[in-house]
Ligand binder design. Sequence first.
Ligand SMILES: Cc1cc2nc3c(=O)[nH]c(=O)nc-3n(C[C@H](O)[C@H](O)[C@H](O)COP(=O)(O)OP(=O)(O)OC[C@H]3O[C@@H](n4cnc5c(N)ncnc54)[C@H](O)[C@@H]3O)c2cc1C
Length: 366
Amino acid sequence: MDRFDVVVIGAGIAGASAAARIAAARHVCLLEREARPGTQATGRSATMFALAYGDRATRRLAAASRAFLTDPDRPDGPLASPRGMLHVASPGQEAALRTLAEETGLPVLSAAEVIGRLPVLRPERVAGGVLDAAADAIDDHRFLQCCLRDLKAAGGELRCGAEVTAIAAEGAGFRLETSAGPIVAGWIVNAAGAWADQVAQLAGLAPLGLCALRRTALTIDPPDGQDPSRWPMAIDVAEQWYFKPEGGRLLLSPGDAAEVAPQDVQPEEWDVAVAIDRYTGLTGHEPRRIHASWAGLRSFVPDHAPVAGADPGHPRFVWLAGQGGAGFMTAPAMAEIACAAVGGGALSDELAALLPDLSPARLMAS
Ligand SMILES: Cc1cc2nc3c(=O)[nH]c(=O)nc-3n(C[C@H](O)[C@H](O)[C@H](O)COP(=O)(O)OP(=O)(O)OC[C@H]3O[C@@H](n4cnc5c(N)ncnc54)[C@H](O)[C@@H]3O)c2cc1C
């Protein structure tokens, strides 16, 4: 029987970053149902970092993650590089723009200033913008590989093709049945993304009410004669569309959020068409071909703040879930919390103060 101090379930960016961090102090096994890590939401993301995105807890987790992502001393360079994010308001959306500026303290740009930074936009479609100049693009592949390398270097294991199918209490910890054999572990970190409620139920614990929302993305060529490499990411102030430079092309999304059951989600033709229609309406550019299209799941609990911490029903079952559209930008701080929850290290004061807002217990009160 294989024994580990900690089993982390799910090798997306949440599980991989937590496993890497915990492995410095504990013997860790990272389990993944798919044949490769990062196959689900993690491999389908837009991977931006922004301090002015999401709810208050997400913003604070992102702020606490920034030093890790932008660390200039990493041998192969920082994991995030400057990109900028421009929240764009069309005529009629001025009030939403003012609210965003007030909430974030970010500067408001005139329509002309927005067009100066994003010359692809049609002037009549722009009323103004709010610029988050400090937003970065995260190198998703390198971030995941860096976590897996650190996990291995610290003596941890990654097991793919290992679906957790049953969990029973054993001593103070757990016995897990997996499609690759049984494992005994002192702690479980539940980083199963959209499937995190299902994993909790395997352990006889209450679900948190996770809801999986499909989001579609696709890539196109930029308009002839335009070089998008220096454009910021452009995002509608109501998140009804966004586009960003991606390897010489543009990545577009219609900002869709249809609720679906947890699954290997595929893009719907309708959502792809909506993305193209909104982009063409904004820019006048009609893309000749779509290079790739995909969809991924963003999962949320009812109050839309992430979840990190021990389950009230079992102190050794630790949740890392509900990251919504911010799982990359918050992963380093979430990993630090998971590590502290399994006794692997002390938490910064900043993160310790956030624990009540992240605890699964907040969702079970009353
Ligand atoms: C289109 C799109 C754009 C996005 N843009 C951004 C962005 O700009 N910035 C940002 O920070 N975030 C963004 N996100 C969100 C981000 O991608 C997610 O928050 C993040 O990837 C979630 O990571 P995760 O590890 O929690 O989940 P996942 O990557 O889904 O990993 C969970 C893993 O658990 C495994 N699993 C489930 N059940 C079991 C089981 N029983 N046994 C074993 N393994 C199991 C699954 O196979 C899966 O691989 C975006 C998401 C989408 C879809």
